[in-house]
Design a protein around this ligand. Sequence first.
Ligand code: MSP
Length: 511
Amino acid sequence: MSAPGAFYITTPIYYVNDSPHIGHAYTTLACDAVARFMRLDGQRVHFLTGTDEHGQKVDKAAEARGMDPQSFTDEVSQRFRDLVAAMGFSNDDFIRTTEERHKRSVQELWRRLVDAGEIYLGSYAGWYAVRDEAFYAESEIRDGKAPSGAPVEWVEEPSYFFRLSAWQDRLLDWYDANPDCILPESRRNEVISFVRGGLQDLSVSRTTFKWGVPVPGDDDHVMYVWLDALTNYMSAVGFPDEQSELFRTFWPADVHVVGKDILRFHAVYWPAFLMAAGIEPPRRIHAHGWWTNEGQKISKSLGNVIDPYELIDRYGLDQMRYFLLREVPFGNDGDFSHAAMVRRMNSDLANDYGNLCQRVLSMIGKNCGGAVPQPGELTADDRELLGTAENLIDTVRAQMERQASHQALESIWRVIADANRYVDSMAPWALRKTDPERMATVLYALAETIRHLAILTQPFMPGSSEKILDLLNVERRDFTALGESGRLAPGTTLPKPAGVFPRYVEPEAGA
Ligand code: MSP
């Protein structure tokens, strides 16, 4: 993996043939939560996203718009950068495959593959799906379509080939030696059985169009867009300068997060290219599922593409982030529906988390002079609640090491439920008259619990967590502040309480 204490996570780079939609936002969000978590946990993180700008698909999209491909990609790539800003993503770099640093890197990888005898010149005759930018064997074609449903066309042209067929056993050994290198397990099994079924040499150059990185020494060919695109993960950390601080710190990548549709490229071709060039393959490729919209496959032709900006406007950024990360176990397919979104927003956020914060902070505001109360001696119940909150990091850390944000949120919500039960059973409002000292202790235990919760929800809902931590006047917010070392100091003045998670109310008809 990256050097100790370092963590490198990547999103796929997005095709610039189209505007960003929910699928793109989701993949990057999944990485963003992990990247933020690792930073708060003291790791030096490199989080990369970017755009995939070469190939026939982008070339055709530019042509359809009557633009030259470079101006077209400049325009569309910017829309992906705008999404990064709108979603508050914390990526450390944004790579475009049309940048010089990338062309230099992919040409060097090519040369190394040639030097290693892994590339030879031949000619390709077979099926190609521009939509997938993928070659398909005759046996895979059903009703004139690729297995993905993409239309295919017959291609015959001179082509360089990569000796993929020679890598079958070494790939199988690699999967075997690294049980977690492909997640989830079900997808790993699919990849292994695909590789066991035998591999064909892979066409890695095209001659019928020009929009790509030229093959070194043979300008008639441009490189196959997937060889070009996959290499972005190394270009961004300085390859071919392997002695650079960036490369030594971050390569091999800890995890490439990808959608299930592009797992084969990442889990078969990419490690084979790298091993063939004598470079260490990534530590993990984690494939997530696909979102549907109200039960329907998302497609432009159905007109049901979900625009991330609309979700932000309608529900709020953190609400949307929470929903996408919590609703579906990472790796599974999931359905976006308005009803499910509103349920999560009103029940998990407004009722469970929001209400906990609101009740406790307003009781402190009213009954403790607007300052952190001075606790008396802790009872077993108080210690149990605090202990649960303090130990939560261990559970969540183990879950986030497997990119399981949904599990991490479930664990955090279990503690929110514990804290709400504790409020109900301690009834601090009743203690106000009968035993104010005990009330102060209860409210202190609760404020401390909320401090832990808000520190831990930062990776998932950065803005709202920040507001809660502001309301508690908390300065240190990284994970070293969890437990005793960051305890709230009694007597600290707190700002006036304010609600953090509004309920969703359907707009009036016609409004
Ligand atoms: N350019 C390639 C990736 C190259 S990586 C070296 C590509 N781009 S893409 O823009 O078509 O897709 C990018 C990601 O978006 C993929 O991981 C894909 O799974 C994801 N999604 C596209 N639609 C999606 C949904 N409806 N739901 C979830 N994610 C989906 O492939």
